[in-house]
Design a protein around this ligand. Structure first.
Ligand code: FAD
Ligand code: NAP
Length: 313
């Protein structure tokens, strides 16, 4: 059997694609997700910017109903790690870690991206409990409080400026004494009164308990330690798109990627390969929000429905 559509990744983007493809009339749609569906937002302790969802709600709470809603319309979830996606003629093949393969007329890929971890002690344990990689999402929880930002690129500097408007003080910790960011952004950093620069310094440990973070220890080039007592630590040391499944036997990507390693798409979520659509955090210029990932899923599903319709009729 050849699927009408294979969805790879079951975050907000993939689940929405699943809802719209099945409800829109495609038969035999399978969503391949290596873990529990829901995506990276399930690791967030609170989400308050998903439209229409008010009150205190965790990322997990938000995502729990999504798979049930999709299954009602016929979406099948196969819990497996997809190792690669290939295409021969008009048929795509999904290669899986368990050694099996599945063929499909179209593929919607939404495998997301993974913020790089810095690698200091306590970072994983306190992730989502005071350690965050999303200022737009979590910054408001530290309104009027002091926070630390780790990194020296465009993202770290822009997010530090964003946080400086909400928080009483931002400690910007960078391992060198120059930034890799736009000159104007650097200028704004230096002229923002409540940003304190902690340069030539690397975090070694974040500490706290199950209730949250209470501080971060950094070490400078001279080997001196400094404890910064903050309830929030934001790390922005780069992001990796989860694009391994698009790598072919010849080492090249199945579709065109941009210089940042993100999948190039058009406004209908089409990649450079007919029948392959890319959505959510992995696509170029992704706003990296649940609502936009879901929006991408809906757009890709509608485009995939037309594509399969034309292909088979
Ligand atoms: P993801 O959510 O990353 O989902 C991708 C899915 O693909 C994952 O479930 C993964 O297991 C699966 N997958 C990956 N590779 C494979 C493979 N090879 N085989 C099978 N499955 C695979 N956004 C907001 O709008 N508001 C917030 O408050 C907010 N808070 C956040 C807090 C934290 C701590 C984090 C980390 C992110 C937050 N975000 C927030 C961002 C938001 O989570 C992402 O933008 C969104 O989840 C992207 O959705 P996605 O479906 O593109 O990717
Ligand atoms: P980035 O440019 O790769 O910067 C990552 C930063 O984190 C660097 O300053 C790096 O230090 C630091 N870092 C990396 N690993 C670290 C570690 N283990 N410990 C401590 N520090 C570490 O990533 P980004 O800022 O996310 O930007 C990614 C790309 O998007 C860039 O091309 C950027 O220009 C672009 N971007 C553009 C805009 C914009 O145009 N407005 C906005 C955001 C991002 P070093 O400097 O010492 O290497």
């Amino acid at each position: 059997m050849i699927l009408d559509c294979a969805i790879v990744g079951g975050g907000p983007a993939g689940l929405t694609a699943g809802l719209y493809t099945t409800r829109g009339g495609l038969d035999n749609v399978v969503m391949f997700e290596k873990g529990m569906p829901g995506g990276q937002i399930t690791g967030s302790s609170e989400i308050e910017n998903y439209p229409g969802v008010t009150g205190e709600i965790t990322g997990m709470d938000l995502m729990i109903p999504w798979p049930d809603q999709c299954q009602k319309f016929g979406l099948v979830h196969e819990m497996v790690n997809v190792t690669s996606i290939s295409k021969e003629g008009d048929i795509f093949t999904i290669h899986k870690e368990d050694g099996t393969t599945t063929d499909a007329h179209s593929v919607i890929i939404g495998t997301g991206s993974s913020p790089r971890r810095v690698g200091f002690e306590g970072e994983d344990k306190l992730f989502g409990k005071g350690v965050s990689t999303c200022a737009t999402c979590d910054g408001f929880f530290y309104k009027g409080k002091e926070v630390a930002v780790i990194g020296g690129g465009d993202t770290a500097l822009e997010e530090a400026l964003y946080l400086a408007k909400i928080c009483s003080k931002v400690y910007l910790v960078h391992r060198r004494d120059t930034f890799r960011s736009a000159p104007n952004t650097i200028k704004r950093i230096y002229s923002t009164h409540n940003i304190e620069l902690i340069l030539n310094s690397t975090p070694t440990e974040v500490y706290g308990d199950n209730m949250g973070v209470s501080g971060i220890r950094v070490i400078n080039k001279e080997g001196e330690n400094r404890d910064i007592e903050v309830p929030g630590v934001f790390t922005f040391v780069g992001n990796d798109v989860n694009s391994e499944t698009l790598i072919q036997k010849n080492g090249k990507f199945l579709c065109e990627m941009n210089d940042l390693g993100q999948v190039k798409i058009d406004l209908s979520m089409r990649t450079s390969v007919p029948g392959l659509f890319a959505i959510g955090d992995m696509r170029q210029e992704a706003p990296k929000q649940v609502v936009s990932a879901a929006g991408d899923g809906a757009v890709a599903a509608l485009t995939a429905i037309s594509y399969v319709d034309e292909l088979l009729n």
